[in-house]
Every structure is written in C-alpha cells, then in structure tokens.
Design a protein around this ligand. Structure first.
Ligand code: NAD
Length: 368
C-alpha cells in the first residue's frame, strides 16, 4: 500500500494511493470514522460509474449512507448548491456524528469539503478524488469553497479531510482531456519545488496514455508514484503555511493568477482548469524571464513539456484578451491593488515578487 502522511497544523491525515481501493472502501473508512450516517456527495458523471459501489461497500461495513448527486461541472460549485446539499443531509437525518464523503473531481471535493466544514459547525470529510487533478492537488491542503459571481473560491473554509483515498483505477474512465489537465498541476509542482520530477515527467510523456488506461502494470505503478510525489510536494508546502498567510503557500499559485483570469474571461466555458493553468504557467514563465532571470532554455523546456501533454500554450487568436484584464482585479491575489505574483528563477524553485506590474501581465498575456 502506498500512503502519505499529510501534516496539517496539529493534525495528521493519510492519503492512500493504490488500485482496487474502492472495492473495500467501507471497511477502509471504518478504520478512521464511525458515523454511522454519512453523505456521499458526487456528481452526475461519477454517480453512475462509482456511486452504487461506494454506497454498497459502506452499507456492508455497517454505515448508513445517503447518496447525493449534484450536476457535474464548475457551475455547480455555488453557495446555493452547498445550502441545498446541507438541507438534503438534514432531511436524511445526518447529525454531528455523521461525516461527508466527496466522490468526484475538484468541484465535488471543494463543495463537499465546504459542506462538511459548515454542517453542524463542522463534521469530518473524506476525499475520494476521481480525477488526476483532484488526486494531485485539490484533495490535499484543506481548502474548500464555492464560487460567486465576483470570482472563484471567494467563499470557503479551511477544513482538512480525515482521509484521502486515491484509487487509480477510477482514472480509466476519465476522458483524455480531463486526464491531461492533471499534468498541468504536476508541471507546476515540478517547476516550483522539484527539478528532478520535471526531468522525470518528460520521460513519462510517451507513456502517458498507458498510464491512464493502466494497460501495463508498470504504467499504473509509475502513475501511483507520480501521484504520491505530488501529494508529498503539496503537503510539504501546505504544512509550512497552513492558512495561506506567510507567503510559503502562495508558491502553489504559480500560473494561477492569469489562469483564473482566463477561466473567468469566458465564464469557465472554453478551458478546463488545468488548461487555463497551463496558459497561466506560460505567462508566468514569460514574466519570470523578465523579472526573475529564468533562463530562456528553461522557459522553452517548460512550454515543450506542457505541449507534450497536449495542454494549450497559446490562446486562440479570437480569444477576448481584454476580458482577461477585466478579470484580474477580482482575483484574491490582488490585495489592496498590490500584485503578489509568483515567479521562478530556475526550475525547482519559486518566490513571491512584488516587482510585477499589471503592464508586465498585459505584455505576457498579449504574447500568449
Ligand atoms: P471536475 O470536478 O469538474 O471534474 C472534471 C469532469 O470529469 C467533470 O465533468 C466530472 O464529472 C468528470 N469526472 C470526474 N471523475 C471522473 C471519472 N473518474 N470518470 C469520468 N468522468 C469523471 O474538475 P477537476 O478538474 O477535477 O477540478 C477542478 C476544480 O478543482 C475547480 O473547481 C478548481 O477550483 C478546484 N481546485 C481546488 C483546489 C483546492 O486546493 N481546493 C486546487 C485545485 C483545483
């Protein structure tokens, strides 16, 4: 069994990474939580694939699960949806002894975590991520929340999961585009913290499809080890700055300032989150060359790696670029008009710069 101990303040929780974990999910959760009532929050794409299996396994282990299915997609991550879900949990008799399971991608993970944080002033949360992006990123770190019309993730709470269960088999049904976007966050982790993984990711490009389908056992093992390494990187950074106050955790926002603005510019319609982050990484690299001395050769290697995973590195010519700038001030990283922008001087490291101007960002976006 591959597992990682994730530290969060005084608490420690485990992330399990292996194939076949869903088969015994009830007894696995039973080692950490009692319940007996629990809500499995999932979405309309994931429910028909894994909903009943998880529910059945929990029932067999003595739990009383309620399956709550919400519409798939970013637009479901709202305060209203969180409220409706809480009401359904009350109607199903959940109480302070109950817990919440998020079975799905980052959208379900963020929303179910937020529900767990506010229901009865906080009950335990189990993350069962079913996308690569959620496994390597959103399920770790305790950030939960919903979007508002003013921006992404503006309402939320820090609420760490009690357990994270990554069954790599679930990735077999993930569409290729969704699978590839998970690599954007891995490339980000490599850039900000792990030059050796950057080189390793390059080697894995050719095997990416085999990793997804798990057609060969070594592909599955390679994927497990990549997931593990990314969880270790993220949890190490989070442990230094649990509540995102000291600036350490800000390095995880590399590529996200522009990435979020791109998502908002087209109302989350054109790009997946990881794809927008890929474009944001390209912009952050251009700014890093100008303001932090990132060597051109390294910038080129980053762009090449993103392309190798079929991630976008250029905006379509007709993309409404102006809307990206309109979207920038709404981003949480603009505090009191001051821009905190994450740059890299060399692959494997990142720091916050207060040297970056809106003009620098404009230039980088125009080059995209
Ligand atoms: P998502 O949850 O929308 O999942 C992507 C799509 O794949 C959805 O349509 C979903 O129904 C489908 N899907 C999920 N698992 C599947 C499977 N196994 N087989 C087939 N289809 C499946 O999106 P995502 O990319 O996983 O996550 C993006 C979200 O994560 C964004 O809301 C972003 O803000 C959030 N996020 C949060 C953090 C954090 O720290 N909390 C970090 C990064 C991203």
């Amino acid at each position: 069994m591959t597992s990682v101990e994730v530290r969060a303040g005084a608490r420690v929780y485990t992330a399990l990474i292996r194939s076949g974990l869903l088969e015994t999910i009830g007894s696995t959760i039973g080692k950490t939580l009692r319940g007996p009532r629990c809500a499995i929050i999932t979405d309309t794409n994931v429910a028909p694939r894994f909903g009943n299996q998880v529910k059945q396994s929990l029932s067999t282990a003595g739990f009383e699960p309620t399956l709550i299915t919400i519409p798939a997609g970013e637009k479901t991550k709202t305060f209203e949806q969180a409220g409706n879900t809480c009401n359904r949990m009350i109607a199903a008799g959940l109480d302070r002894q109950s817990f919440v399971i998020g079975l799905g991608g980052g959208v379900v993970g963020d929303l179910s975590g937020f529900v767990a944080a506010i229901f009865e002033r906080g009950i335990p949360h189990v993350q069962i991520p079913t996308t690569l992006l959620a496994m390597v990123d959103s399920s770790i770190g305790g950030k939960t929340g919903v979007n508002t019309i003013a921006g992404k993730n503006l309402i939320g709470a820090f609420h760490h999961p009690s357990l994270v269960i990554d069954d790599v088999d679930v990735l077999k049904t993930l569409p290729r585009r969704e699978f590839n976007q998970g690599f954007a966050e891995m490339v980000k982790h490599a850039i900000i913290a792990d030059a050796a993984m950057f080189a390793g990711l390059k080697e894995n490009v050719a095997r990416a499809s085999g990793l997804r389908t798990g057609t060969d056992a070594s592909g599955t093992l390679a994927l497990q080890s990549l997931i593990r390494r990314n969880i270790e990187i993220k949890s190490r950074i989070v442990a230094k700055d649990e509540l995102d106050r000291s600036g350490e955790r800000a390095s995880l926002n590399f590529g996200h300032t522009v990435g979020h603005a791109i998502e908002r510019a087209v109302d989350y319609a054109e790009f997946l989150h990881g794809e927008a982050v890929s474009l944001g990484i390209v912009a952050a690299c251009a700014i890093s060359m100008k303001k932090a001395g990132l060597p051109k050769g390294q910038q080129e290697a980053i762009v090449e790696l993103l392309r190798a995973f079929d991630l976008p590195t250029r905006l379509p010519p007709n993309f409404p670029r102006e809307k990206i700038f309109d979207a920038l001030p709404f981003d949480k990283k603009f505090e009191g008009g001051k821009i905190r922008f994450v740059v890299t001087s060399a692959i494997g490291s990142a720091h916050l710069s207060s040297d970056v101007t809106k003009e620098d960002i404009r230039e980088a976006v125009n080059e995209l």
